[in-house]
Design a protein around this ligand. Structure first.
Ligand SMILES: Cc1cc2nc3c(=O)[nH]c(=O)nc-3n(C[C@H](O)[C@H](O)[C@H](O)COP(=O)(O)OP(=O)(O)OC[C@H]3O[C@@H](n4cnc5c(N)ncnc54)[C@H](O)[C@@H]3O)c2cc1C
Length: 305
């Protein structure tokens, strides 16, 4: 990014209706607490401002990345571009059994809102870190359900900054995938279709899910969730890694979780390189032992792309 233009960019982004910060540490915005400063960190307060910011970034050919809850990304020691955060796009309201949520709404706010409104159907996502936008992009799922099952409509910004509405049938939801990945769309909001339910029963289901998460996942340390995509339905990545004796393997501050070998946790001071080294070691060992080539579910962001 050209030095002489930084003040201009800053002013334009700010005036589009966004919070703008310089040299913002990305470890503050990722659940694994990894990532050095981003040159510019922008959080638009409205969809119009998001669209304007993206128009500016594209027309100036500035490198940028979208971040939601930061629960699926591993950031570099420095990002020489602009990070656009959806965290200020967090309107949440319901109308009967329909719930409208902007992209930056946390999944947990959505769940708690549904409980307060006595709406059932989405409890399976209880405890999932991350935002509505990030979860829709990758059709996040847990305990037999996927977010796409409960989505009625999604609005996204296309490459030209135009808001497009699609119903769930045309959103291409499949295992950890949606059309928003292939079209490069930025999810701005979603409407969920739920059912009326009994609050105490909803709370009971939430508690049950939370207990399962606590017993299975290494929530005591920062992480970015499951590192690898399950390559086929009957291939369990965590137990394969465990069988190969890689549990507790450590590089720098990053460690293959002792509790669930499908997770890499930050035991303190981990950097992107530590995680990458572990990922490559696991991939190599799994391929040698099983012939299966693992691909990552987590995204590894480069300094500039
Ligand atoms: C402890 C733990 C447990 C987890 N458990 C699960 C689980 O059970 N099931 C599961 O599926 N996942 C799980 N995850 C992974 C993660 O929470 C989900 O993938 C989540 O949906 C990511 O959302 P996010 O907002 O954090 O995305 P981010 O990490 O911010 O971004 C991930 C990707 O989405 C893009 N993105 C973010 N917002 C938008 C948007 N509005 N429009 C377009 N692109 C966008 C980013 O550019 C990036 O490419 C877990 C993670 C952790 C840390």
């Amino acid at each position: 990014m050209a030095e002489r233009n930084l003040t201009d960019y800053f002013a334009s982004l700010y005036l589009s209706g966004a919070d703008v910060r310089l040299e913002e540490p990305l470890e503050w915005h990722t659940t694994i607490r990894i990532g050095g400063p981003a040159r510019v960190f922008v959080s638009p307060y409205s969809v119009e401002s998001l669209s304007e910011a993206l128009y500016l970034l594209k027309s100036e050919e500035l490198p940028y990345k979208i971040i939601g809850g930061g629960s699926n990304v591993i950031c570099p020691d420095r990002y020489e571009g602009v990070i656009v955060s959806t965290r200020n796009l967090n309107l949440l309201r319901s109308d009967g059994v329909k719930v409208f949520a902007q992209a930056g709404t946390s999944i947990n706010s959505l769940i708690w809102h549904c409980l307060a409104e006595g709406l059932t159907g989405i409890e399976f996502l209880t405890g999932l870190p991350g935002s509505v936008g990030g979860a829709i992009l990758m059709n996040a799922g847990a305990f037999g359900g996927e977010i796409g099952d409960r989505v009625n409509r999604v609005s996204y910004l296309d490459g030209r900054g135009k808001v497009i509405d699609v119903d769930s049938k045309n959103a291409g939801f499949s295992y950890r995938n949606s059309i928003f990945k292939s079209v490069g769309g930025i999810v701005v909001s979603a409407e969920f279709l739920l059912e009326k339910g009994d609050r105490s029963e909803i709370k009971r289901k939430m508690k049950e899910i939370l207990e399962k998460r606590i017993s299975k996942q290494p929530l005591e340390y920062p992480s970015a969730g499951s590192v690898f995509v399950r390559p086929k339905p009957d291939f369990y990545v965590g137990s394969t890694i465990e069988r190969l004796g890689l549990k507790s393997l450590r590089v720098g501050g990053a460690e293959v979780s002792q509790k669930h070998a499908g997770f890499i946790v930050n035991r303190g001071g981990a950097c992107q390189k530590d995680v990458l080294t572990l990922v490559e070691t696991i991939r190599k060992r799994v391929e040698e032992a099983t012939g299966v080539i693992l691909s990552t579910e987590i995204e590894i962001w480069k300094e500039v792309e």
